[in-house]
Design a protein around this ligand. Structure first.
Ligand SMILES: Nc1ncnc2c1ncn2[C@@H]1O[C@H](COP(=O)(O)OP(=O)(O)OP(=O)(O)O)[C@@H](O)[C@H]1O
Ligand SMILES: [Mg+2]
Length: 788
């Protein structure tokens, strides 16, 4: 210490730095930029590299240059002049100095100083203070990370306690005033006392901060807490080398969750569930349940959309390419897409294709998907009774699964497929709940943007799905559902349509399907006509396709057996392949009869011709109705009878005779349920014929509701009835005048070759269809109709 002090010259330049207190022996890096400091440094370098360092004082002290009385002498250990003119210095304090007098003021201050001798006698009290100071330092080090432990360990090896105090004070972030006090206090006991107070205060503050921090941590959101816990759990698992499979699986899920672009609300749930999974034993039954659930929500295509091709020309081309005719449905579909195109999304009312079986409803839906380049899903609603099949079971059920809607969407992997709900008219309803109400939610554009499946329990946006429903009949669709749909009607095909469809679509398809693509086989038109007229009597073309298929199968078999001549299929070969005709044109074999009239009926399978047979037997005026008739039809029969009785004179009926007979009215086929008012005039005609003995013309058919007064009212389903009559070879129809409007939009193809008589009342009908009475009235029993 002596030698240091000796080296301090009496006159030193003052390096003037604000708010810094230097301690002896400590190193300090410093950068100076001002002119005065540069001069000071130059001066120091030119002499013995030593400068004086005093903390500024606010008030003037014992000197008039604003400096504290006690300061530090420092020497320059290293110096670097930077390019920007600043100077980087490494300084070391050498000793405490006391200000004496100012020697020079300009261009920098020079002062005379006196070195202060450090107290060299130390007693046990000082040692005790010193030990406490070191202990306090250790405490501070344990509470914070800013101090390095080696420095603290080094303290015990230093002999002079004064230096220990200086090192501690220099290394800590003390208040500037405290530093100055420690520098100024020459008495070691007092110096330590102040230092230890500072240290204790510092510890108190640090503890306080730590408590506050941990309180804040407690308040951290539950999520974060779970996150930390989970991370810790992972770490523990890894540490134990335990359950590697499980952690791999968890990791796999994590990656999937990161990768799959889930909406926030789904991601949140997925992470929560994954955290739960991570805490479970894989053997637990709940583990599998939870994993299954995760699999669902992570892999649902929440935000995966296929890109639409909304180019109308192209869509039209594809629709035309895939289907013959069907102008109206195609047009409606195109309009629908055009509107959506303008609106920018395919949201909107649901299309409902209604028509008889085999008329291309399902298959045109498929085409729409192909044209839009969307995925196609077909789901049959026939026989679905249980709401859960649509909307899924809650997860609390054992073996719970999502409903079919979500299942299909996951299977196809996009959130905007064309989704065909087939046979919506066959939807069931019973104690298991009402699937229609679940469907309502699916189909209602107002609510389907957040469809919640019971199992997933998270809203899925169905609004971009293009739903198409199909039905054979509108009658059985719940009205609320029907309301939300835009109905597009498909009607039966005419013979000519069927021939075209067969030629261009069904024949190539079936030929291909039966491996005959490379064989030249000609299907004559006469063969198709034979098939259509005598083998399949249907509104659509499904059975026609099937028959064509069976012909090709038989040919394929012959070819395989080695019999390979090129073939022509004509009307005769149809018989060879398919056996005798299945239908006959009834009319050809029929002749006028008493008590039988031909009506037209509408069913969900298309139109049909319907015979009304009546017979009488001795009795007391009883009436028997058979043929699975519904209430409305039974009432029609009573109305017909009452009207005839009431107007017996007008129609040439003997009313007395009516009291002596029993009546039986029957509609074949007996096993098919029938209902509706439209058989009214048919019933009246058959009865009038029975009562008068006049025969009914056999080559015409009729349909119309009657009133008690004998008025004829309009009916529905006319187009299908019309087409059915054509199929059956009938050329003359009697129709209610009220329906005159209806046929205005029938195509000329449909109307061609058909004679129509419009009627207003029963009298007109009877005048037209009853042949004049024959001379001899046959005996009643003989008139019993014996139809097979
Ligand atoms: N206009 C048409 N052009 C070409 N093929 C047709 C046409 N109409 C129907 N088909 C073919 O007839 C077959 C039966 O049609 P589809 O299955 O679409 O009937 P559907 O109307 O859905 O009947 P259902 O009401 O019984 O479900 C299909 O192979 C279809 O391609
Ligand atoms: Mg179908």
């Amino acid at each position: 210490m002596e030698e240091h002090n000796n080296r301090i010259p009496r006159t030193l330049p003052v390096l003037h730095i604000n708010n810094v207190v230097m301690f002896p022996y400590l190193l300090m890096p410093l950068v100076v930029t001002d002119e005065e400091s540069r001069l000071v440094i130059d001066h120091a370098l030119a002499h013995d590299k030593t400068m004086a360092f005093f903390l500024d004082r606010e008030k003037s002290g014992p000197n008039d240059i604003g400096l504290n009385e006690i300061g530090t002498a420092v020497t320059i250990l290293r110096m670097l002049r930077n390019q920007d003119g600043s100077i980087s210095l490494l300084l070391q304090g050498t000793s405490r100095i006391r200000f004496q007098r100012v020697i020079q003021r300009e261009p920098f201050i020079m002062v005379d100083v006196e070195s202060i001798h450090e107290q060299s006698v130390e007693d046990t009290e000082i040692h005790a203070y010193r030990t406490i100071a070191i202990e306090l330092m250790e405490k501070i080090a344990s509470e914070s990370t800013i101090l390095n432990n080696e420095m603290i360990a080094g303290l015990s090896n230093i002999k002079q306690s004064g230096r220990v105090a200086d090192i501690i004070a220099g290394n800590l972030d003390l208040q500037i005033d405290d530093r100055q006090i420690i520098l100024e206090t020459i008495d070691l006991k007092k110096r330590f006392k102040h230092l230890n107070n500072c240290l204790a205060e510092m510890i108190r503050q640090m503890r306080l901060e730590n408590t506050i921090r941990s309180n804040i941590q407690l308040e951290m959101s539950e999520d974060q807490r779970r996150y930390y816990l989970r991370e810790q759990l992972d770490a523990i698992r890894k540490e134990l080398g335990e359950n590697d499979e499980v952690s791999k699986e968890i990791l796999k899920w994590k990656e999937l969750i990161d990768k799959n672009n889930l909406p926030d609300y789904v991601e949140e749930v997925a992470r929560e569930e994954l955290a739960r999974l991570a805490t479970m034993q894989p053997a637990a039954s709940e583990y599998a349940v939870l994993r299954n659930y995760l699999d669902w929500i992570v892999n649902m295509p929440w935000t995966t959309f296929s890109k639409d091709r909304l180019d109308l020309g192209r869509i039209e081309k594809i629709l035309t390419h895939d289907h013959y005719g069907l102008e109206k449905p195609k047009e409606r579909v195109l309009e629908y897409i055009a509107v959506k195109n303008l609106k920018g999304s395919l949201k909107g009312p649901i299309l409902c294709f209604v028509g008889p079986p085999g008329t291309g409803k399902t298959s045109i839906g498929q085409s729409v998907a192909r044209a839009l380049k969307r995925k196609f899903i077909r789901m049959s609603l026939g026989g679905i009774h249980d709401e859960a099949e649509i909307r899924g079971h809650r997860r609390t059920y054992i073996g719970a699964m999502p409903g079919k809607i979500m299942m299909e969407i996951k299977r196809q992997g996009t959130a905007n497929p064309v989704f065909m709900l087939d046979e919506i008219d066959k939807l069931g309803r019973d104690f298991r709940g009402d699937p229609a109400s679940a469907l309502l939610e699916v189909l209602d554009p107002e609510q389907n943007h957040s469809f919640v499946d019971n199992y997933l329990n998270l809203p899925f946006d169905l609004s971009e799905v293009m739903f198409i429903t199909t039905a054979n009949s509108l009658d059985t669709i719940p009205p609320a559902l029907r309301d939300r749909m835009e109905i597009i009607e498909f009607s039966s095909y005419l013979e000519n349509d069927k021939i075209q469809i067969a030629r261009h679509y069904l024949i190539p398809k079936e030929k291909d399907a039966n491996g005959l693509a490379n064989y030249k086989i000609t299907f004559r038109k006469s063969a198709l006509q034979e098939l259509i007229r005598y083998y399949v009597r249907e509104a659509g073309v499904r059975n026609l396709q099937r028959r064509i298929g069976s012909i090709y199968r038989k040919i394929a078999r012959q070819i395989s057996a080695g019999n390979i001549d090129p073939r022509v299929i004509d009307a005769n070969s149809v018989k060879d392949y398919l056996g005798p005709r299945k239908f006959s044109l009834e009319l050809a074999n029929r002749k006028p009869e008493v008590g039988i009239a031909t009506g037209l009926a509408w069913t969900s399978y298309g139109g049909e011709i319907l015979f009304c047979e009546t017979t009488r037997m001795p009795g007391k005026g009883a009436i028997v109705l058979t043929g699975l008739l519904g209430d409305v039809m039974k009432e029609s029969a009573r109305i017909a009878l009452s009207h005839l009785k009431a107007n017996s004179q007008k129609y040439g009926i003997d009313p007395r005779e009516l009291d002596k007979i029993d009546l039986h009215i029957h509609f074949p086929s007996g096993a098919v349920p029938k209902d509706g008012p439209s058989a009214g005039i048919t019933l009246t005609t058959a009865l009038a014929s029975l009562f008068t003995g006049r025969k009914v013309k056999h080559d015409l058919a009729m349909t119309g509701e009657i009133t008690l007064t004998g008025k004829v009212l309009g009916i529905g389903g006319l187009k299908e009835k019309f087409l059915a009559a054509k199929r059956a070879g009938i050329t003359h129809l009697i129709l209610p005048r009220e329906n005159e409007e209806t046929i205005s939009d029938f195509s000329t193809d449909i109307l061609a070759g058909m004679e129509i008589t419009w009627v207003d009342n029963v009298k007109e009908v009877l005048d037209l269809v009853l042949l004049p009475a024959s001379k001899t009235r046959p005996r009643a029993p003989k008139r019993t109709v014996a139809k097979p």
